[in-house]
Design a protein around this ligand. Sequence first.
Ligand code: ADP
Ligand code: ZN
Length: 204
Amino acid sequence: MDFVTGHVGWIEVICGPMFSGKSEELIRRLRRALIARKRVQVFKPALDDRYSAEEIVSHSDARMPSEVIRQPGEILTRLDWRTQVVGIDEANFMGQPLVDIASQLADSGKQVIIAGLDTDYMGRPFPPLPDLLCMAESITKTLAICLRCGNPAKHTQRLVESDDLIVVGARGMYEARCRRCFEAGVPKQEYLEFARPRATPGES
Ligand code: ADP
Ligand code: ZN
């Protein structure tokens, strides 16, 4: 409960594979909060430096200013007490401490909107999303389009060789795959050849 406004807080989670529109949906909700004249703060982890340091950016190039943090505890130290809506992108890079922090924020009356991958490149639950889903008042699962067959895709297929849980990258390193087309880990080389984008006409 926010003792200034009397508002009850809550947690909304947006989860799914890469390219499924999580960041787009997060940005859409945050823009609506701004239209409602709410005070908004947005955070993303320093690890995700694919596009822009000071913004969250979707694959369709929707953008929103954000603060970059190195650990989830920084959300509390940087929080302006007047903030009503807290947006968090790439939650899967923030680790387990985010669960308690999100709860504290919601308990103190904030609307917390969190986006992140729910499974990793092996198809395993990606912490801390499972716990966040249990804590949340609202859950949205977004699906991408499988690049193999066009069906709805819930998996993030890694296309490069690595056993590391986190390999930051976008197109060319990952693609969306459905349940049938997904191969846990890295696909075999012959599949990689198949997956390579076709050259555009005129290119040799
Ligand atoms: P996420 O945050 O889940 O990675 P984004 O919100 O950044 O997703 O990007 C979603 C956008 O990515 C879509 O609106 C679409 O324009 C684009 N896109 C690229 N590849 C795909 C795909 N395989 N399936 C669906 N959308 C895709
Ligand atoms: Zn498929």
